[in-house]
Design a protein around this ligand. Structure first.
Ligand code: ADP
Ligand code: MG
Length: 251
């Protein structure tokens, strides 16, 4: 028996992932592994393939070859909605909230349908949903804004609301594409605090350019370049890597 030598369980295992657009490999034989309760940040120059990696994981783009294992399921064989049900939530670069609904209503409609709690009693379900909305609103710094129309929120608050709309579905993997772009310094710091809190129950995969923010959140950084890994490790490690400085950080 090899007690203490069990292979490590990864939440997400991406192996030899490739996608080719008319012969151009935007993601080229890429392998990386995300642990439970990990915040992984993907950085790299524009066009490196970062967004495409998220598109592949959430099923928006079909892989040409390779594998994406999540909790024992092969995501490359699933449709987008099945991947959401498997526990993967993804936030796009532009917020997709309902401007004319309140913060409360935006969160309420994002509560997973068909997730029956304590049987079919409507009032019980309503209470469960309400409690969860309040819990998430507190997490995303919007508990004093519940009755405000979403269109009246600041840009940063809109981003938080969208994160909340994903959190209310309780994903095991949350993917965010440049979440702090356009945020103020204090909003960035609060977003870092938010992510550091929510990984108690999940893992987060983030694409980001703001190095101060990356430093505040990353357990590990994966540097992408031309669809492949240029460097990977702690922030300290990749920041010192001459290849990373040449291709990305030096600019
Ligand atoms: P990043 O997010 O790192 O800036 P992307 O993943 O958006 O980079 O893009 C990587 C490369 O793949 C770019 O050259 C982009 O033009 C190309 N690309 C992305 N999606 C498609 C697509 N659906 N069809 C063709 N080319 C694409
Ligand atoms: Mg991108």
């Amino acid at each position: 028996m090899l007690i203490g030598h069990q292979p490590k369980e990864f939440l997400l295992s991406v192996e030899a992932l490739t996608v080719s657009f008319d012969g151009f490999k935007a993601v080229n034989d890429l392998s990386f592994y995300v642990e439970e309760n990990e915040i992984r940040v993907i950085i790299g120059p524009n066009g490196a393939g970062k967004t495409t990696v998220l598109d592949l994981i959430c099923g928006k783009t079909k892989a040409t070859s390779g594998s994406i294992q999540f909790r024992g399921q092969e995501l490359t064989r699933l449709k987008e909605n099945q991947i959401v049900q498997a526990g993967v939530g993804r936030k796009f670069q532009t917020p997709s909230i309902y401007d004319d609904l309140t913060v409360f209503e935006n969160l309420e409609i994002s509560f997973p349908r068909g997730r029956t709690v304590f049987g079919a009693l409507t009032f019980t379900r309503d209470a469960v949903v309400r409690d969860r909305v309040h819990e998430v609103a507190e997490m995303i710094f919007l508990k004093d804004r519940l009755n405000v129309n979403a269109e009246l929120l600041s840009h940063g608050q809109k981003q938080w609301l969208e994160i909340g709309m994903l959190l209310i579905q309780d994903p095991e993997l949350l993917m965010l594409d440049e979440p702090v772009a356009g945020m103020s310094v204090s909003e960035r710091a609060k977003t870092a605090e938010l992510l550091n809190r929510i990984i108690k129950d999940r893992s987060v995969l983030v694409i980001e350019h703001d190095m101060k923010f990356v430093e505040d959140i990353a357990h590990k950084v994966t540097v992408l370049h031309q669809g492949q890994i240029l460097s990977e490790g702690t922030m300290e490690h990749v920041q010192k890597d001459p290849k990373v400085i040449e291709v990305y950080l030096g600019h």
